[in-house]
Design a protein around this ligand. Structure first.
Ligand SMILES: NC(=O)C1=CN([C@@H]2O[C@H](COP(=O)(O)OP(=O)(O)OC[C@H]3O[C@@H](n4cnc5c(N)ncnc54)[C@H](O)[C@@H]3O)[C@@H](O)[C@H]2O)C=CC1
Ligand SMILES: O=C(O)[C@H](O)CS(=O)(=O)O
Length: 481
């Protein structure tokens, strides 16, 4: 079986160490054991990766769309051929249950396959000319060298959502995965070799985020930055990239509300609540952060949600049957504890969970807290852990107002059996993604992106290509003589 655990970075087709020899340890969050090391590279190695991507850009964009699509189909097939090995490596470094890791790897292949198809639909336009001797053409061209910076919570599929459209459009890529989960990122280099990607088309560097990010945002050869991660880091990158006016797309933090109206199908709402809250132990940007239950069903919803939450199986991701794995690191467990303590100090009532789990230092019990109020920290801040606060509300207007009372605008969810309410509330909620009677909505065929301080740009769908293309208007004149 192919060993995807590469302990080198990929620059211009060569697997190399960091210039100064520095290394970063990678740990298994379920056990705390060191599972390997990767290079602690910095600006110099990144500059060489950008130069390699620049050199590869011309020949790569010169391929026909069909030729690039063929490479991408091979890449998607390589992922599927090695799904189990990739999933096991992902679980080992990130912690999520193996079933979820398999799902993430499958989603990576789906994004690459989708953009293999989109590669051949980068259409242009011919505009009716106001001049008899000119023809007006609009074409879409690849933006150039792309820098992709990704988080630890979906270390494979977050790269797929960037590498896929970038390569499909004719761009070349320098990727920086999160230091907590570098192996799933470096695995893309191995997969690219299997797919026959030419040297320099895909480069992957690990190391000092600040040094690598500093080079990627300042280097004029980088024409676009696509970032998925926290809003504070997104703001740093936006400021740093302003100096060279780069094209930017930002997939940032969230604070998802989940509204349950009196007329909801409660069984369906609880099923959706578990899916929307506890995937990846609550460590996703689209996880519900605030549950709002209308007064008429509030107590029954809390009761059923707590029962379903208490039934979730906590354990190492590699253990059969585990549904809730460890949090990414000790700081994440401590932050979760602080949020729960803050809530209980302010009147929150723990209905189930509310403490570390006996499975190990990295584990926290899936938790439901009732009597939540807007004074509690998790009303404003992303929990990024397995804690479900439940707020009570009276009217539809109140629910919409409170759901929108955040600087974030990524995902939201609500459950109702009333068709008129479904349209009214969906249109009134200020978010990029709305789940109506559904708690799991992510798919490669639909645009994924936020508004407000959850960022801008869309990933997936046919819209996902636009961020990697520029429009060119050509006036073809002198045709009258
Ligand atoms: N909108 C979306 O689709 C998603 C958003 N997120 C958000 O990401 C956060 C959790 O992921 P984390 O990896 O902890 O986020 P993070 O923002 O700390 O790190 C994300 C990436 O940025 C890098 N980074 C950090 N500081 C940097 C700097 N100064 N210059 C360049 N790169 C830098 C990190 O090494 C990592 O690769 C949460 O806020 C979550 O909501 C996570 C996944 C998806
Ligand atoms: O939160 C994330 O990192 C992902 O965007 C969640 S999803 O795309 O897998 O829904």
């Amino acid at each position: 079986m192919t060993d995807f655990r590469r302990e080198k970075i990929l620059v211009g087709g060569d697997w190399i160490q960091a210039d100064a020899g520095g290394r970063i340890e990678v740990t298994n969050p379920a056990t705390g054991a060191v599972i390997g090391t990767v290079p602690d590279a910095g600006a110099a190695e990144t500059a060489r990766a950008v130069a390699a991507a620049e050199a590869a850009f011309g020949p790569w964009r010169a391929l026909t769309a069909a030729e690039r699509a063929t490479h991408l189909r091979r890449l998607a097939q390589a992922i599927l051929d090695h799904r189990e090995a990739l999933a096991e490596l992902l679980t080992e470094e990130q912690g999520k249950p193996l079933a979820e890791a398999r799902g993430e790897v499958g989603m990576s292949a789906a994004y690459i396959q989708w953009f293999a198809e989109e590669a051949r639909r980068v259409y242009g336009e011919v505009i009716p000319s106001p001049w008899p001797d000119r023809r007006l053409l609009v074409t879409r061209q690849p933006v150039g060298v792309v820098a992709a910076i990704t988080p630890w919570n979906f270390p494979s599929s977050m790269l797929a959502r960037k590498i896929g459209p970038a390569l499909a459009a004719g761009c070349t890529v320098v990727a920086k995965p999160a230091s907590q989960t570098p192996f799933s990122g470096l695995a893309w280099g191995v997969l690219g070799e299997m797919a026959g990607l030419p040297a320099g088309v895909l480069n992957i560097v690990t190391g000092s985020a600040r040094a690598i990010g500093g080079e990627l945002t300042a280097n004029p050869s980088v024409r676009k930055i696509t970032f998925t991660g926290s809003t504070p880091v997104g703001k740093v990158l936006l400021a740093q990239a302003a100096g060279t006016v780069k094209k930017m797309s930002m997939e940032l933090g969230g604070n998802a509300p989940f509204l349950v109206f009196d007329d909801a199908d409660l069984d369906r709402a609880v099923e959706g609540a578990i899916a929307a809250k506890f995937r990846n132990a609550g460590q996703t940007c689209v996880c519900t952060n605030r549950f709002y239950a209308q007064a008429g069903i509030h107590d029954e919803f809390v009761k059923r949600l707590a029962a379903a939450t208490a039934a979730l199986k906590v354990g190492p991701g590699a253990q059969d049957g585990s549904e809730i794995g460890p949090l990414i690191d000790a700081a994440a467990v401590a932050k979760t504890e602080e949020m729960v303590a803050d809530a209980t100090a302010k009147g929150g009532r723990i209905v189930t969970g509310g403490r570390r789990h006996t499975a190990g230092a990295g584990f926290y019990e899936p938790t439901v807290i009732a009597d939540a109020t807007d004074a509690m920290t998790f009303a404003r801040e992303e929990i990024f852990g397995p804690v479900a606060p439940v707020f009570r509300f009276e009217t539809e207007e109140e629910a919409i107002r409170r759901a929108n009372a955040t600087e974030y605008g990524l995902a939201c969810y609500f459950y109702t059996s009333d068709l008129g309410r479904a349209f009214r509330v969906s249109e009134a909620l200020d978010y990029g993604i709305v789940g109506v009677n559904e708690g799991l909505v992510t798919t490669e065929v639909a645009p994924f992106g936020g508004v407000k301080e959850s960022g801008f740009g869309s990933e997936g769908s046919h819209h996902g290509m636009q961020d990697y293309l520029t429009l060119k208007y050509t006036a073809m004149g002198g045709l009258g003589r």
